[in-house]
Design a binder for this molecule. Structure first.
Ligand code: NAD
Ligand code: TDX
Length: 330
């Protein structure tokens, strides 16, 4: 697998070792600013860790040759960073995925591609429709456009070269080991530091939250039972606007519900994402385990309270990057 030192990938390693003790896992990860070996420290002797880049074709070819399944999580994953500097997104998300596809094609290895609902663009707040597997691609940001590009490469390699691939497009994840640049960990750690949370624009943008363990159980359902060449949307009916999420974090931490600031909006900020995951549920029988977002959020706040040593080293640099990008209180 790729990207095992990142947020979702590290949780995938832990879940897989817990539920499939016979699995032999090799992690390929470049340990960018977003990768953290500490996330794998407790299982380090149960996996093979390779420090390397998914765009390194000879390395990828060698590792793929020795594998019977490739699950591709590695990516540049943060929209705000993609607005400051899109190049690493093209390099990793497009060229990196191309490199993996060439290797699985060469060695006829089963491949699962992890992607995002952001490839579909956004919805109006009052749109009765949600994203389905048939929704046309319409990405807004450098991040989502490079993820869309990677999905299209997978589809083309499947059709033209018979690569044995499936794709999943998931909504916003939350849970342990998420980098403090992302919305929920950023606000939790701000509140723990006595800093007011920061809402972009009017705070009305809606995200469809899913616990990372539910994302990963869906990935396994698709690997086990998904039809080759097909795409599955992953979501847990968790729509909430950003202001509601911040109010919940403040409440959980014993602060006033209005103790937040509005800051400069993200350029091109997608208004709403919403997933219809009927296909995954009816065809593969998958169901989320975390149905109570508030309870999942409470557990996540507790995880960041208990694991300051994990996130503290990234916190100052992350906030400095936001300040340098011009974020200011409205
Ligand atoms: P992350 O940024 O936390 O982790 C990315 C990992 O990939 C890091 O460990 C990093 O070191 C590694 N990486 C980056 N570039 C690399 C390269 N060139 N070679 C090797 N390793 C490299 O990301 P995440 O939030 O865990 O997302 C994982 C995947 O899930 C991504 O493909 C993302 O698009 C997708 N996704 C994320 C979400 C979400 O809410 N976070 C939702 C849907 C889909
Ligand atoms: O400080 C903040 N204040 C704020 O209001 C930050 C960091 C974000 N936001 C808003 C922007 C979004 O509406 O919160 C929402 C969530 O923001 P992010 O955590 O940056 O996530 P998003 O842009 O929605 O993308 C995420 O979900 C889809 C992941 O980062 C992607 O990797 C995934 O594909």
């Amino acid at each position: 697998m790729t990207g095992g030192a990142g947020f979702i990938g590290a949780n995938f390693v832990h879940q897989t070792l817990a539920t499939r003790p016979d699995a032999e896992i090799t992690v390929l990860d470049a340990l960018t600013y977003a990768g953290n070996e500490e996330s794998l420290a407790s299982v380090r002797d149960r996996i093979e860790f390779v420090h390397g880049n998914i765009a390194d074709a000879p390395l990828v070819d060698d590792l793929v040759q020795k594998s019977d399944l490739v699950v591709h999580f590695a990516a540049e994953s943060h929209n705000d960073n993609s607005l400051s500097d899109p190049w690493p997104f093209v390099q990793t998300n497009v060229i990196g995925t191309y490199t993996l596809l060439q290797a699985v094609r060469e060695h006829d290895v089963r491949y699962h591609h992890i992607s995002t609902d952001e490839v579909y663009g956004d919805l109006e707040l009052d749109d009765p429709e949600r994203f389905t597997e048939a929704t046309p691609y319409n990405p807004s940001s450098p991040y989502s456009s490079t993820k869309a590009s990677s999905d299209l490469i997978v589809r083309a390699w499947t059709r033209s070269f018979g690569v044995k691939a499936t794709i999943s497009n998931c909504s916003n994840n939350y849970g342990p080991y998420q980098h403090v640049e992302k919305f929920i960990p950023r606000q939790i750690t701000n509140v723990l530091d006595g800093v007011r949370p920061k809402l972009y624009g009017a705070g009305l943008n809606v995200r469809d939250w899913i616990h990372v363990d539910d994302h990963n159980s869906a990935v396994w359902a698709i690997i086990d039972g998904g039809e080759l060449g097909q795409t599955y949307l992953i979501g847990a009916d968790g729509e909430a606007n950003n202001r509601t999420v911040v109010e919940s974090v403040l409440e959980i931490c014993g602060k006033g519900k209005t103790d937040f600031d509005f800051v400069t909006d993200r350029p091109g900020h997608d208004m709403r994402y919403a997933i219809d995951s009927s296909r995954l549920r009816t065809e593969l029988g998958w169901e989320p385990r975390y149905r109570d977002f508030r309870a999942g959020l409470e557990a996540t706040v507790q995880w960041y309270r208990d694991n300051e040593a994990w996130w503290r080293p990234q916190k100052d640099a992350t906030e400095q990057a936001y300040a340098k990008a011009g974020e200011r209180t409205l």
